[in-house]
Every structure is written in C-alpha cells, then in structure tokens.
Ligand binder design. Structure first.
Ligand code: SF4
Ligand code: SF4
Length: 393
C-alpha cells in the first residue's frame, strides 16, 4: 500500500502552508522519519522558466518559503535547486528564472542556498533501463543528504500531465535536456528517461504545490485554477495517480506514466493507495480544463483510435504578431526544426515535443489542428466546458 496525504490549503500564506504540511507529515510518521539536524536538504522545485510565482507555471515562492522555514527550524541546511528548460542566447535561463519567480528573494530572506543546476557540475550515472549508456544529472542531487521533490500540479500540452514524476526531468542540466527529448521523442520513451532519473537520484519525499494548479495548455501557456490542495507522498507515481484522478484524468491515458508504471517505479492502482489527510477519495476538481491532446480511448478499437488521433492532431504554430524574436524556441528545438529568420516550422523534421510551445514566454506558439472540422469541434467542446465551469461556481 502506498500512502498519499491530501491537505486542503486555499492561499499562499507561509504560516497556513506550514501548518498543513506539518499536519500531513505527522500522518506519514513525522519529519523525524526523513531528516535530522545538520542534514543538507535539497528542495527540487519546478522552475520551468522565468515565470512569476502567480503564473501557476512554477512552484510558488511562498510554498518554498514554508518548506525552508520548516526545515531550518528542524536544524537542516536548505538548498533550492533546478534547471530551467529552453535557452536564451545559447544558455538555459535558470538564473533569470530564480529571480523572476521570487525564489532568489525567498532564499536570501530565509537563509537558503540557491543551487543553479546549470552551474553546479554534473554526475554521470548509469541508466538502469539501458536506453542510454550513462546520464549526466545535476551534482547537488547527489551532494545533498536528502532530496525533497516539490512539483507543481499542471497539465502539459505534450505529455498531458506534469507532476512529481516529470519534475525530475529538471535534474538534467541546461541544454542537455534537448538531447534527451531528441532521444525520447515519444512520451512513452520519455517515461523511460524519467524512470532512469528517479532510480538514480532517489528523492525521498514528494510534496506537491497544488494550491493553484495550471489547467488547459500547460505547463506554461495554460490558465491558473484554484485547486486548493497540497499532496504528500514517498511514492511519486502514487502521488501522480491521485493528482491525475483529481483532474479527471486516468493515468492509463498518460503514456509517460504508463511507462514508469510498467517499469515498477511505484504504485499506480488507486485501490492500492491509502489516502489520508482531509480526503479519503481523490477530490475531483470540477470544470478543470484538460489539454487539447487528452482524450479517453476507453475500449475503442485501436484502429479507430489511431484515425481519431490523426483527425484531432494539433501542431505548434508561431504567431508572428506575438513573436518577440527572442529565439528561445529556435535554440531549444531539439531537432532544429524552426527557421531562425522566418520562425517557420519544418513539420517534416518536427517531432512534436512541444518544447517551443512550452517555453515561449510570450505565448506566441499556439497549437493548431490540421483538420478544420476538428478545430470546430474543439471550439464547441471548450465552450461547453467553460459554460459547465461557470455553472458549477
Ligand atoms: S515564438 Fe516565442 S520563443 Fe520563439 S522567438 Fe518568438 S517569442 Fe521567442
Ligand atoms: S518545432 Fe517541433 S520539434 Fe521543435 S520544439 Fe517545436 S514541437 Fe518540438
């Protein structure tokens, strides 16, 4: 049985967050089960890019403040680390992300240490799956005495969902991430890379910021949704299974999580997950908007499903009116499919990883359906969802 604790928390107030996390930790056996005075504890946050705390794209600064205060009070040295996605002028924008998100300020005010994974060296580890010979992961993940994964509850336009399992992709420093995207263009293969990372770094605890989640076309271009939850577990897959159920998703429909389940990273069966805290069933978030690519296949004939997938296919498109020519998408595209001058995408080369959509800070990369009829249906569908959400408020 895996344990997942869900605590209700409606605001980014460090005092309230601390009280709820501490109450949740008591149900897991207390902090003393995991940390001791003098330990170096690394908080592996979600710092996907230079986004503000209230964007719902990054782990909120006040959530991190609450964890830093708890751990410092327990006598630990606290590190805050991540490596952002994408590139600006040839380098990952991690330093900028720490500033814009407010995490640099929180670290300074609370006496924590920032660990920019792009500048802290990397450790070569064996990939257990054998997908690659060795992987280079950020040094602080191994220098710390204990790692707490602090993901954000979000949808993802390519992998459908992003949470505790996917958050450790940021352990790959800087631009090396693009290489892994190239190596694992399919979300199922990406699941193998994530499995290898989790097996190598062994984060001991996962505490999710689900106070304000991101819905729609996450992980950066969606909208904020006040979910009001904090999830805690030692099992990242069990945590994601519960979180996905809260969003109305089934992890059988999320290929990346299916792969880690098949490889045995954790528990993905709701019947084998013991829920505690403020809920004994996953609390469903009413009116939550799922990404365009998410659909339920149910018991459909696979051939029909494949046709449906082709029919519903959405691709990235760069809107020249919104584009600021920062070239982050050009430099981040793992297969160099975006022409620098015109920003035209070579769809023959594009592997549909959606990095460009994920990383554009100006929302200039939109998703478009190949099929006009599909676009029309999706417009109607989104209107119906919005009307349902308005009614349920
Ligand atoms: S599409 Fe976005 S990321 Fe790409 S160059 Fe334009 S503004 Fe930058
Ligand atoms: S153009 Fe295609 S391959 Fe390149 S980043 Fe965008 S989605 Fe990925």
């Amino acid at each position: 049985m895996a344990d997942v604790i869900i605590k209700e928390c409606r605001e980014y107030d460090a005092e309230i967050i601390k009280a709820q996390i501490n109450a949740g930790m008591e149900l897991l056996g207390g902090w003393g089960r995991f940390v001791a005075p003098g330990m170096k504890v690394l908080l592996k946050v979600n710092l996907i890019g230079p986004k503000k705390a209230d964007s719902a794209a990054v782990t909120h600064a006040e959530f991190v403040r609450a964890l830093v205060q708890i751990l410092k009070n327990l006598g630990c040295e606290v590190w805050i680390g991540d490596s952002s996605g994408g590139a600006i002028a040839g380098i990952a924008p991690t330093a900028q992300s720490f500033k814009v998100s407010g995490l640099a300020r929180v670290a300074e005010e609370e006496g924590a240490v920032i660990k920019n994974f792009d500048r802290e060296g990397a450790v070569e580890v064996k990939a257990e799956s054998g997908l690659v010979e060795g992987m280079y992961l950020a040094g602080p993940m191994f220098d710390a005495d204990f790692v707490i994964n602090v993901p954000k509850l979000k949808t993802h336009s390519a992998t459908l969902y992003t949470g505790a399992v996917k958050n450790l992709f940021g352990c790959i420093p800087g631009l090396k991430k693009a290489g892994y995207h190239r190596l694992a263009p399919d979300p199922k293969d990406l699941g193998t890379v994530l499995y290898d990372i989790h097996r190598a770094v062994k984060a001991g605890l996962h505490i999710m910021d689900g106070i304000v989640a991101m819905q729609g076309e996450g992980p950066t271009a969606g909208q904020a949704y006040p979910a009001g939850k904090i999830l805690i577990s030692t099992d990242p897959l069990a945590l994601d299974t519960v979180a996905a159920a809260m969003l109305g998703m089934d992890i059988a429909e999320i290929p990346m999580l299916q792969t880690v389940k098949e490889r045995g990273l954790g528990t993905a069966d709701l019947d084998k997950i013991r829920l505690a805290g403020d809920f004994v069933q996953p609390p469903v978030l009413r009116g939550f908007k799922l990404p365009k690519r998410y659909r339920r296949s149910g018991n459909w004939n696979p051939a029909i499903v494949v046709k449906f997938i082709d029919f519903m296919r959405a691709r990235p498109y760069i809107d020249s009116k919104l584009c600021k020519n920062c070239n982050m998408c050009v430099e981040s595209c793992p297969v160099q499919a975006i022409e620098q001058q015109t920003k035209r995408i070579d769809y023959k080369a594009c592997i549909e990883c959606m990095c460009c959509h994920e990383l554009c800070l100006h929302k200039a990369v939109t998703l478009r359906w190949d099929n006009r009829l599909a676009a029309f249906f999706m417009k109607l569908y989104n209107k119906a969802i919005a009307a349902g959400a308005a009614k349920s408020k």
